[in-house]
Design a protein around this ligand. Sequence first.
Ligand SMILES: Cc1ncc(COP(=O)(O)O)c(C=O)c1O
Length: 335
Amino acid sequence: MDQQQKHRRHYSDVLEHLKTYFPSPVSDPIMDGYFVHSISRFLDQVDSLKSAKPLLGTGITNNHYQASEESTFPEHISSVEEMTELLANYCQGMTIWAHPNAQVNVIPPPTISSITAFIAAAMYNPNIISDEYSARFAEAEIQSIAMLSDLIGYNPQISGGLFTFGGTGTILYGCKLGIEKILGGRGMQEGIREDIKIFSSEVSHYSRLNVAAWLGLGTNNLVAITSTSNNEMSLSALEISLRSTLDNGDKVAVIIATLGTTDAFGIDDLAAIVHLRDRLVSEYALDYVPHVHADAVIGWAWAVFRDYDFEDNQLGFHARTLRSLTDSLERINSL
Ligand SMILES: Cc1ncc(COP(=O)(O)O)c(C=O)c1O
């Protein structure tokens, strides 16, 4: 028997082996145990990277370019155990956002239930293209949006929404709405054939650049308005800039109001921006209404205090905290 024949394996044997790489699709206590054990091994290995530092393992230096030079498509499949170790190793150097010694803003830690939801989505790969496939996942989206609508103070019966791929996605949808309002919905077929502008404060999130570029509007059509020492958009600068655009005969597709800037938590005066927009629409007799998009990617969470009794202060917050909360809420309420 030559060497080649000795290493030959029938496809059915290979297939049986490959199946052990997947959670069992039918109830199988041994394979189910192996699955749980593999996850538990991963958690143990990552746990051993924890210390008083808010990092997993030690800090590492990035070597991305070398990584691409050294990587070729592997000849052999790694075992689940080898992959578990490898994955734990890739966690080296990551920040543990909720670590008691971490002082990192904005990035939230996931709850156990949200991790379970990730597992459900990863395992069953929900496909909501038609109701028959994953109807309850589609229902969860509708229910979550109704709950958030209620939280913000919209009527959940008549408001709507959808999940996006993060904050950039929310701005993408907001700006697309504004563009289509100007184009009367024709942009989907005809594309954008004119320069129309998007306004936002200079400290608004940089994802506006991606959005303007991806939508085919071009970043040259973004207008950055100066911000005040409170990190909010200057209303007088906005008015001057809007007037100059309209005087030029150019169109204003969107004004992005940031309700909580990423780092400094500056909150734009949404109500005043809408008021200014309305005033200019009537003064210039515009035949369209520039869309105002509120980027509440960070600020929405403050809405949980909308029905908090600040007089009674049941949770016993300090006076400083109460002042800060009421100040922020005053603006967030405009949502
Ligand atoms: C205010 C604001 N808007 C938009 C974004 C973009 O979100 P994402 O990174 O999820 O696309 C961020 C991200 O931090 C943000 O802080």
